[in-house]
Design a protein around this ligand. Structure first.
Ligand SMILES: [Zn+2]
Ligand SMILES: [Zn+2]
Length: 298
């Protein structure tokens, strides 16, 4: 969506009684000033995490787990022919297998350094979740502030910007990854019933609709149920306690078609424990493949 169109929609939103401050520069006025808006809705670079333990993984590892051969990787706004000249060797043509390295050197996609030693790849490979990717890193991102405004203060302008940023990330993401979601049912991570009633909406459902819209997929907001609220995740510092707290929190409301593919959508991924629990419930019900995409990565 064009910047002007987004700005127009923002202007159309009735101003709240309380003043807003730009999430980018802090200036009083709108939740995003005209100067900061383009950066806020710029498509995220894409971040990849191990679906088993949540640690950062590189694009190459992610591509391998998704079964996407390196030669198929594409970068937005660059045609494959443009890969030919960029590393100083003018005129040199890269072999397909070199493309991920080239991407790294171009800094087009944020790629984690080495595989951290705490990632048990063997056990992680058997995780209930098949893949986990995110649009933007939470730290240092103004989208985090906008997300809080949307979730806790229901500021509609914040939702518009977040939704636009998520759509642009999807539209300009590596198209071959998106093809892996073809035929999938999009499932927002549900809130507990009481929390949904008190908040009035589920932010993940809105993101799921944006995702489904871009990829022409179907959303199913009823297949997963959150069986009890548990303690707020943010208050549980310890990773294992967090894992325990959400255990068995999700159930499916019905059996799903054997081998069916799902994409879980959530606003923020931290360790990925919530997403793994959702994936476990879906796979117990017959799902074959469960991927996850989130807006932010903590
Ligand atoms: Zn600003
Ligand atoms: Zn791992």
């Amino acid at each position: 969506m064009a910047v002007r169109a987004v700005a127009g929609r923002l202007n159309a939103v009735t101003r709240a009684v309380f003043p807003h401050f730009c999430a980018g520069c802090g200036e009083e006025g709108e939740v995003a000033c005209n100067k900061c808006l383009p950066a806020l809705i710029a498509p995220g670079k894409g971040l990849f995490a191990c679906p088993g333990c949540g640690c950062d993984i590189g694009l190459g590892v992610f591509a391998g787990r998704m079964g996407v051969p390196p030669k198929a990787l594409q970068v937005p706004s660059m045609t494959r022919s443009q890969f030919k000249v960029t590393d100083g060797r003018a005129g040199a043509t890269h072999k397909s297998a070199e493309v991920p390295d080239l991407m790294r050197s171009l800094s087009l996609l944020e790629v984690a350094p080495a595989q951290p030693s705490n990632c048990g790849l063997a056990t992680c490979a058997a995780a209930s979740l098949d893949s986990l990717s995110c649009a933007v890193r939470y730290d240092g991102s103004a989208l985090g502030g906008l997300l809080r405004l949307w979730k806790y203060e229901r500021v509609q302008a914040a939702e518009t910007i977040i939704s636009t940023a998520f759509r642009r990330f999807l539209e300009q993401q590596c198209s071959d990854f998106l093809l892996k979601y073809d035929g999938a049912t999009v499932v927002p991570v549900p809130l507990h019933f009481l929390r949904q009633v008190s908040r009035g909406f589920n932010q993940s459902e809105s993101l799921a609709r944006a995702f489904a819209d871009v990829l022409s997929l179907r959303v199913d907001s009823n297949v997963l149920k959150r069986s009890f609220g548990g303690t707020s995740q943010a208050s549980l510092e310890d990773k294992s306690r967090r894992e325990e707290n959400i255990s068995e929190m999700f159930n499916v409301s019905r059996r799903v078609a054997a081998g069916a593919k799902f994409v879980l959508i959530d606003d923020v991924a931290t360790t990925g424990a919530t997403l793994r629990d959702c994936a476990r419930a879906l796979k117990r019900a017959g799902a074959g493949e469960v991927h996850a995409v989130t807006l932010l990565r903590k």
